[in-house]
Design a protein around this ligand. Sequence first.
Ligand SMILES: Nc1ncnc2c1ncn2[C@@H]1O[C@H](COP(=O)(O)OP(=O)(O)OP(=O)(O)O)[C@@H](O)[C@H]1O
Ligand SMILES: [Mg+2]
Length: 317
Amino acid sequence: MKTVTLTLNPALDKSTAVDRITPEQKLRCSSLQLDAGGGGINVSKGIRKLGGASTAVFPAGGHNGRRLQELLTNAGISTSTFELAGETRENFSVTESATNLQYRFTLPGVEMRTEEAEHCLQLIRELQPDLLVASGSLPPGLPVTYYEQVAAFAKQIGARFVLDTSGPALQAAADEGLYLLKPNLAELSALAGVDKLEMNQVDDAALDIIHQGKCELVVVSLGPQGALLVTRDGFEHIPAPTVRKKSTVGAGDSMVAGMIWALAQGKSPREMAQIGVACGTAATMNPGTELFDPEDVWRLKTWIDTYGERYRITDFD
Ligand SMILES: Nc1ncnc2c1ncn2[C@@H]1O[C@H](COP(=O)(O)OP(=O)(O)OP(=O)(O)O)[C@@H](O)[C@H]1O
Ligand SMILES: [Mg+2]
């Protein structure tokens, strides 16, 4: 199955470390590390780690845009980009070595007009994907409903659309209808139109979304509690193994990467959600923005196969 990821607001991630962060002083940092960042791009990286393939579609602006492309090409990931006027944004993160805390500064993306975003859709059309994954925020300048247009476009080209984003951008796209949603609890609450869902309301809220025709599958991610897979036929809790947590940054993108890889392999929704949980949890074992080590993924997947039943929550009430 041909997989394409779409990142409308990519970033060049720059990270470094310093012993202590203190004001007014020169902070002598270790050498700079450059990484390609942004939701869809991270998903492409995760798919690659699992041995799968995808093409990352994104707007690339100026010098930073070229660096992004280079970084991905060097990592063995195909890209299809279009030149954006202006520079692709940079994100900057500093790890304070004394405490191991990571300070993450994200900058707004470069303004993008709807006509420019249409170039990305054109690139996707040429790639003829079976699976289209969009992840991450929308850049400034695009209407908050833009993912709704992407959802409609995906239908038109016959691709299954998977979306991982938050807020009104997510709500609008869900109204158009898509294949798979992976909301966390806060995002599911917003989709259900309430402030905060309680655990015992999660299954019904997700099932409602399916019954309203907004999507076929929902995987609600529950942080350390794993995930809830919800289909038309019912729900199943997938517990997350307990691990030594270093950083949860990238857990969501890793989870999506695992699920997309599984879908592309023709796995069942259940396997898909289990592999997603294994990837998300494996990501928490790595420091900073690093995704996951595939060896950890398959070890955790074996744990889920063996002990999942025992730790499964069957009754959320
Ligand atoms: N503390 C944790 N312990 C074990 N697994 C975790 C933990 N946090 C996250 N995970 C794993 O990662 C998956 C996704 O995490 P989470 O529910 O926090 O998603 P998210 O809120 O979308 O994350 P992100 O902030 O990266 O977008 C979970 O389903 C779980 O498998
Ligand atoms: Mg998320």
